[in-house]
Design a protein around this ligand. Structure first.
Ligand code: GDP
Ligand code: MG
Length: 206
């Protein structure tokens, strides 16, 4: 299928939030570099102190998120043979949302929008899975954090994992509109897009 210019996959976008621990650990540059060097294009970026309301709305954009995160934490606790944060997925989801509000409002964060082919999946792959203890080597969460579900649950706090990354194209669009005004998101060309997306590879040779 030939893509029309407007619907081409190069316009896919995703939201990244460098969480307060990412800022405190001095990892803004390291984290940004890892997304930047893939070829994705940074189209928005700002530092801000999120409000509790902003964080709550962010995590409840997907009405299923609370139940899903509750089910996920119970499953993972069962697999490892320790007690979950709560037996009921809905209550576990509420508890996780509560500790997330504390985590994300504790200090400034850096919010970014990245654009390019497969932006959502590429960014999730580089970011690594939610729990740093089991995130892959080479991912941001695997390389720079030592936290686990068990310890964070026992201590009654959110898993510290440096970044938020959108988990679907639909969530990404909703999240971008939640964190950024339209005029804060830039439409511009990057020179390297020619080699990433051009079909003909003309214009290299002199
Ligand atoms: P993500 O998409 O990989 O960030 O994971 P989720 O959307 O499932 O969860 C959002 C955030 O909540 C995670 O990044 C963690 O900071 C935190 N979190 C998720 N699950 C748990 C959990 O089971 N226990 C604790 N303490 N925190 C959690
Ligand atoms: Mg998520």
């Amino acid at each position: 299928m030939i893509h029309t210019e407007k619907q081409h996959p190069k316009f896919e976008r995703t939201l990244i939030i460098i969480k307060p621990d990412g800022i405190q650990r001095g990892l803004i540059g390291e984290i940004t570099k890892r997304y930047e060097r893939t070829g994705l294009k940074l189209i928005a970026m700002k530092m801000m102190l999120p409000t509790s309301d902003l964080v709550e709305k962010h995590y409840t954009i997907d009405p299923e998120w609370k139940r899903l995160v509750g089910e996920k934490t119970i499953k993972s606790a069962q697999a490892k043979g320790h007690a979950p944060i709560h037996e009921d997925p809905a209550i576990a989801g509420d508890m996780i949302l509560d500790i997330l509000k504390k985590y994300l409002t504790s200090g400034p964060v850096v919010a970014m929008v990245w654009q390019g082919m497969h932006a959502v999946e590429i960014v999730r792959k580089i970011t690594g899975s939610t729990e740093p203890l089991s995130s892959g080597v080479g991912t941001i969460r695997g390389d720079f954090v030592i936290d686990s579900y068990k310890t964070s649950n026992d201590d009654g706090r959110a898993v510290r994992n440096l970044v938020h990354a959108s988990s679907s194209v639909k969530d990404a669009e909703d999240e971008i509109n939640h964190w950024f005004k339209q005029e804060e998101v830039f439409k511009y060309a990057l020179v390297q897009e020619k080699i990433l997306y051009d079909v003909n590879l003309d214009g290299i040779m002199e």
